[in-house]
Design a protein around this ligand. Structure first.
Ligand SMILES: [Zn+2]
Ligand SMILES: [Zn+2]
Ligand SMILES: [Zn+2]
Ligand SMILES: [Zn+2]
Length: 595
């Protein structure tokens, strides 16, 4: 049975949530440029036609299997297409990112080379720079060809840093440093370098404030590289100031979040083959780092692109760059700001379905129907099903505003002041509930997920039954809301379900077996049965989201072990029940005692 100290320890290394990750997005989510139809560099000249296949004559992207294809069309530019049928849970391709770095707060907690967490004996630190840590001498050796340059740069940077909190450069600077040293090592003519060059740069199409940010980052990178004269940049294939801004722009719009097998953000990575995949708010594939048992540890981190629904031959493969639990207006803003494009996916293109669970309130007569969330200028609101008029429009609009403000505040405070953040989510959730905003609608869902992770973070060392039941209820509410907006097998949904099963399986401090069946969560053997069913469900979803061949990745394998363990426990219960039944004379009218 997993203890809460385990859960708490896990939580400590995570930004939000245990298996769960509120928001599900980051400023370094993945992208390529789905707008500009012409790829801008590299050895290929990709002239868009209706849909043109380019993989046949390409020497790049050799990690892509024959079952997929790079094609170009006028709408979205380059994309990856299926050449054969895939089923949900199939792995489309596996590749190691060209470059990856841990975020600064994770440097001491994970191996900088294979990104695994500390082994039994702990991680070992590089004694020269004292910044990066490794799980083994093998990992240190594997990393040395690039780290020797990085090591010098880190020492130089620390020596020149005005204060301790800036003694380690931020991860984009470190990632770009590695990218340039690796490019230098592999030579500009290598496939590796050409694949990097072939990623889209937005330098010429970005708004001025973004260009300013890139220029700023470019300056920091030049300083980090220890370049004294502009001419020295030639060694990295950089001839002009525009070149370095191009490198930065290519990096910022194409980097992706490096995660643990349970989607906790670890750092950033750059993967040119992955950058070819276009975005959809209803994606047919996801990117995960599942740590498949057959992958060698030294090869990690390995990125798996997995189908989360069946894909037909000649269908384009899409992943989501942003949190797809958000309603359309917020998705559009997120995509425009970070990636500079207007999404025309199936979910955005259709008139928003009038009953989108991402943006709805309950029927005032509770007929089972819903009404779309009001906006300031809307005409009177009515339930789609029974047409009952909603008279609380003002209260709903207020709740939405207060909820969003509170969500922003609590998100900002979640690590620095967890109790205060928890106080906020605790106070706000009843307001949104009172306004009848659906649990799956924004911002109620986001607040609930944050609330869940905050509860987990502040869970008492010696848990009380109340605290345990409370977190089980909150997690169950998250699972049910996520079920309304994400496909079965979506990794976020699968992990939420696994988390619920895990919590239900935690030993109860004060089981109350007399608790009625209608009370949630139940107690005693009924609860254990529910834990079992939930974990079985979680496992079937993990097998999709993290790859069937991977057995659902590290979490999938963990869940399978729990299922086996609970099965045994349930057998013991059943046996005990049988024994009791045999020893006790049956009261009249009773049929059976549980299972
Ligand atoms: Zn390692
Ligand atoms: Zn070092
Ligand atoms: Zn969309
Ligand atoms: Zn109604």
């Amino acid at each position: 049975m997993s203890s809460f100290s385990d859960l708490r320890a896990k939580r400590k290394t995570k930004e939000v949530g245990s298996f769960l990750r509120a928001g599900g997005t980051s400023q370094f989510a993945t992208t390529n440029d789905p707008i500009s139809p012409i790829a801008d560099a590299g050895s290929e000249s990709l002239v868009p036609t209706e849909t043109k296949s380019v993989s046949a004559n390409s020497s790049l992207y050799r990690c892509l299997p024959l079952s997929v294809d790079i094609r170009v069309n006028l709408e979205d530019g380059r994309g990856i297409w299926a050449k054969k049928a895939f089923v949900a849970g199939d792995i489309l391709f596996i590749t190691k990112p060209h470059v990856h770095v841990l975020s600064t707060r994770n440097l001491e907690l994970f191996c900088s080379s294979c990104t695994s967490s500390a082994p039994e004996g702990g991680l070992k630190r590089c004694t020269l720079c004292r910044v990066v840590w490794y799980c083994s001498t093998q990992c240190q050796n594997n990393d040395w060809s690039v780290h020797k340059k990085e090591c010098d740069a880190l020492q130089r940077w620390a020596a020149g840093a005005p204060s301790l909190d800036v003694a380690i450069p931020a991860e984009p600077i470190r990632c770009l440093g590695r990218l340039l040293w690796m490019k230098q090592k592999k030579k500009a003519t290598s496939v590796w370098a050409k694949e990097i060059e072939a990623m889209q740069s937005h330098r010429t199409s970005l708004p001025p404030e973004a260009v300013e940010g890139h220029t700023h980052l470019a300056h920091a990178v030049v300083r980090y590289l220890g370049v004294n004269a502009p001419g020295e940049l030639g060694a990295f294939g950089i001839q002009t100031a525009a070149d370095i801004v191009d490198v930065v722009s290519r990096f910022t719009t194409n980097s992706l979040t490096l995660t643990t097998p349970s989607l906790t953000p670890l750092g950033i990575a750059v993967s040119p083959p992955f950058a070819l995949i276009n975005h959809s708010c209803d994606p047919n594939a996801v990117v995960v780092f599942p740590r498949a048992s057959n992958d060698s540890r030294a090869q990690e981190p390995l990125m798996h692109v997995v189908a989360i629904r069946d894909i037909a031959p000649d269908e384009e493969i899409f992943t989501a760059y942003i949190d797809t639990t958000l309603p359309k207006p917020l998705r559009q803003i997120a995509l425009r700001t970070a990636y500079n494009f207007e999404c025309k996916c199936t979910l955005c293109n259709n008139e928003v379905p009038r009953d989108d669970p991402r943006e709805a309130v309950d029927c005032p007569r509770s007929c089972g129907g819903t009404c779309p969330l009001p906006t300031e200028e809307d005409s009177p609101l009515r339930c789609i099903k029974c047409k009952a008029a909603v008279s609380t429009r003002g209260a709903i609009i207020d709740a939405l505003r207060v909820g969003q403000e509170g969500l922003d505040k609590a998100t900002a405070l979640q690590i620095s002041d967890t109790p205060k953040a928890l106080q906020l989510t605790t106070n706000l959730l009843p307001i949104l509930e009172g306004a009848k905003i659906l649990p799956s609608s924004h911002p109620r869902l986001a607040l609930m997920r944050l609330h869940q992770s905050l509860l987990l973070a502040s869970f008492p060392v010696t848990p009380t039954q109340d605290a345990l039941d409370n977190i089980v209820r909150t997690t169950a509410a998250c699972v049910s809301a996520l079920t309304a907006v994400l496909r079965a097998g979506h990794p976020i949904r699968a992990l939420a379900c696994a988390e619920l099963g895990r919590l239900l399986a935690v030993d109860e401090p004060a089981p109350d077996v007399s608790r009625g069946k209608s009370v949630f969560p139940p107690s005693g053997p009924v609860r254990l049965r529910l834990a079992y069913d939930t974990l079985v469900q979680a496992r079937s979803e993990l097998l999709i989201g993290f790859g069937a061949r991977n057995e659902g990745g590290e979490v999938g394998r963990e869940v399978r072990e729990m299922v086996v363990r609970i099965e045994k426990e349930l057998e013991v219960w059943t046996q005990r029940m049988k024994d009791v039944m045999q020893d006790t004379p049956k009261p009249k009218g009773s049929k059976s005692l549980g299972r």
